[in-house]
Design a protein around this ligand. Structure first.
Ligand code: NAD
Ligand code: UDP
Length: 314
């Protein structure tokens, strides 16, 4: 049988590195492409020097520039995901989402690869429908601080569908909701890693706003399962929501992390960032029905594993 060759853009990042591991486990040959903006070599060192090293290749490349490779599948994950990082150079964030996605779609067209786009729950903006279904068109501020990411990802979805209709590219779109786990960078800036790092250092836990805003948190192994099921399913293009439908307030997340780390940290309240969505929770009916997928790791279990990871790196 022909060896499957899979490209993972953003492969040295948090989600991408876990995906590379799981792809190597299936026996696939994996090309990990990254510009190391938020990703790190530490995330992929075990793959580069481990038992599957002959099947693993690292390519330092910026997705904004075209690249020619021979591959069968493309997981397009390259893009900083934390608000702190995607707002650091917002023009670059737009370029990565637009030019990067065009480059990957061009590659998919040339080599007839199937391509999966990592979209986001941010395409729903500050949602007026709850929980969010794929049919909801969203409520996004086109000119705010989060727009470079939200609108960038919306254009990426548009490009996927237009290449699909115009050039018959075999596309898959997933809308990923907040995902956490080991290998989030200490400086990532997203809520779970921030709170764990703060708690373990007995530093103040920074809640933005009053902490009543909600998110739904999916453990990384569940997310990787969902990504691979979507890539390998033959009957839908998406978009499909992937996330854990259990919804928590940010204040509750702070309490759970304080409990699990036995921390002495105090909670402090900081201003809510502009356009911070008030609530967010996926409707995963389509993923359940079409992919036979739903998350299996509870928030408590996932937090334990993540805390254990940060204990090792801090
Ligand atoms: P991350 O920041 O850890 O990983 C992103 C990776 O992309 C990094 O390794 C970074 O160096 C790389 N990258 C960024 N710009 C690049 C460019 N121009 N060229 C090449 N590489 C580039 O974030 P993550 O949480 O692993 O997110 C991965 C993908 O999943 C992103 O596309 C993100 O938008 C999407 N997503 C993640 C979540 C989540 O909660 N983790 C939620 C929704 C969507
Ligand atoms: N948040 C917080 N303190 C932090 C980091 C984030 O209270 O140190 C809040 C943030 O304002 C948002 C929620 O946690 O309401 C999730 O933020 P994150 O950056 O993880 O993801 P996103 O807003 O993109 O869902």
């Amino acid at each position: 049988m022909k060896q499957l060759r899979v490209l993972v853009t953003g492969g040295a990042g948090f989600l991408g590195s876990h995906l590379c591991d799981r792809l190597l486990d299936t026996g696939a040959e994996v090309l990990c492409l990254d510009n190391f903006f938020t990703g790190s070599k530490a995330n992929i060192r075990h793959a580069a020097y481990g038992s599957a090293m002959e099947k693993f290749e690292v390519i330092r490349h910026d997705l904004v520039e075209p690249i020619f490779l021979e591959v069968d599948q493309i997981y397009n994950l390259a893009c900083p995901a934390s608000p702190v990082h995607y707002q650091h150079n917002p023009v670059k964030t737009v370029k990565t989402n637009v030019m990067g996605t065009i480059n990957m779609l061009g590659l998919a067209k040339r080599v007839k690869a199937r391509i999966l786009q990592a979209s986001t729950s941010e395409v729903y903006g500050n949602p007026e429908q709850h929980p969010q279904k794929e049919t909801y068109w969203g409520h996004v501020n086109p000119v705010g601080l989060r727009s470079c990411y939200d609108e960038g990802k919306r254009v990426a979805e548009t490009l996927m569908m237009d290449y699909h209709r115009q050039n018959q590219i075999d596309v898959r779109i997933v809308r990923i909701f907040n995902t956490y786990g080991p290998r989030m960078a200490v400086s990532d800036g997203r809520v779970v890693s921030n709170f764990i790092v703060q708690a373990m250092r007995n530093d103040p836990i920074t809640i933005y706003g009053d902490g009543s805003q909600t998110r739904s948190f999916c453990y990384v192994s569940d997310m990787v399962d969902g990504l691979m099921k979507m890539m390998n399913c033959n009957h839908i293009t998406g978009p499909v929501n992937l996330g854990n439908p259990e919804e928590y307030s940010i204040e509750r997340i702070a309490e759970l992390i304080l409990e699990s780390t036995h921390s002495k940290s105090q909670i402090v309240y900081r201003p809510l960032p502009q356009d911070d969505p008030v609530r967010r929770c996926p409707d995963i009916t389509i993923a359940q029905k079409e992919l036979r997928w739903k998350p299996v790791v509870s928030l408590r279990q996932g937090l334990e594993k993540t805390i254990e990871y940060f204990r090792q790196v801090l």
